[in-house]
Design a protein around this ligand. Structure first.
Ligand code: FAD
Length: 282
């Protein structure tokens, strides 16, 4: 269980992978994991489609990480299409595979789901899902250094975060961010709000121009001036942009470690080369 690793007090280093896109082969993901395990992550998390369409793959990849690689797997699980019956079935399968860790998420409305179905979902917030599984699993949750877009203010968001912790969350994985100062301010606000749950810093290196748009759109993360300059400088040179993006992420990592963060979670995008470069640098 991830709780055993947290209890050692060591700084946590973890990775996130995602199931294959429809036309891709799951073996490609297994191959990427085989390569990534050389960086000795404390755990690897596996994403879950908002509508649960790839739940079988999330389960299979989590099992591969746990049973074939001997690494803790953190299986993401989202609410929009989740009924209590489905949850029971899914968690039974997890137990059969020996999986013990879940990242409980509300999830966003899947494109093919009606507003009515989304609004009438059984588990309204991540905290409702947390309460339903916390007796049987180690449960992690998400947090947002620059607030969740649905929250009016960061203070409201942190109040709601406390509800998730009260429901049973034992670790928080942060949304990706590019400005460490924003993360430090968030840690400070959590501390003032009485939150002492371990918070892992989410880092995603920018390696392509296309990614800049998708990542900012997906995460709401602000881009600090030095990163804007860098993207501008290398926008016509993909190889240099990739190098500079990884260097920027490494600088973020080193600064976070200097500030004594509890752990670093790399959004590794199924790319072993990025994971190796990121974790090798001191
Ligand atoms: P919640 O914690 O439920 O919060 C959602 C909003 O509701 C926030 O504004 C919060 O302040 C508010 N809120 C919470 N509780 C209450 C309450 N009791 N009363 C009123 N307001 C409340 N998506 C996927 O589809 N698959 C994934 O695998 C996935 N992995 C992710 C991993 C990480 C680390 C992160 C940061 C996000 C991930 N997401 C994933 C995206 C996530 O599903 C979305 O960000 C989603 O919009 C919110 O999920 P949550 O669990 O943070 O929601």
């Amino acid at each position: 269980m991830i709780s055993d690793i947290l209890n050692t007090g060591k700084t946590i280093f973890s990775l996130e992978v995602f199931p294959p896109k429809k036309t891709d082969d799951i073996d490609l993901v297994y191959h990427a994991i085989d390569e990534m395990k050389t960086v000795n992550p404390d755990f690897i998390s596996v994403t879950y489609g908002a509508g649960g369409s790839n739940s079988k793959e999330t389960l299979a990849i989590s099992s591969y990480i746990h049973n074939n690689c001997g690494i803790e797997a953190l299986s993401h699980l989202t609410c929009p299409a989740l009924t209590p019956e489905h949850l029971l079935d899914y968690t039974s399968k997890m137990k059969e595979y020996g999986l013990t860790n879940i990242l409980a998420l509300r999830g966003d409305k899947p494109r093919d789901m009606s507003d009515d179905n989304f609004n009438n979902r059984h588990f309204k917030y991540a905290s409702d899902l947390v309460a339903a599984i916390k007796d049987d699993f180690f449960v992690a949750g998400a947090c947002y250094p620059e607030k969740h877009p649905d929250s009016a203010t960061i203070y409201d968001d942190i109040e709601n975060l406390k509800k998730k912790i009260d429901a049973g969350v034992q670790m928080l994985n942060s949304q990706l961010f590019f400005d460490n100062q924003k993360f430090y301010r968030f840690l400070d606000l959590c501390d003032k709000a009485g939150i002492d749950t371990p918070i892992l810093a989410g880092i995603m290196p920018i390696t392509t121009l296309r990614q800049v748009v998708t990542m900012v759109d997906m995460s709401n993360a602000s881009i600090p001036a030095d990163l804007v300059l860098l993207i501008d400088k290398y926008r016509d040179n993909p190889a240099d942009l990739r190098k500079a993006g990884i260097e920027f992420a490494i600088k973020q990592k080193l600064d976070l470690l200097k500030h004594g963060v509890r752990g670093i979670h790399l959004y590794a995008m199924n790319k072993p080369d990025i994971a190796k470069e990121f974790f090798a640098a001191h």
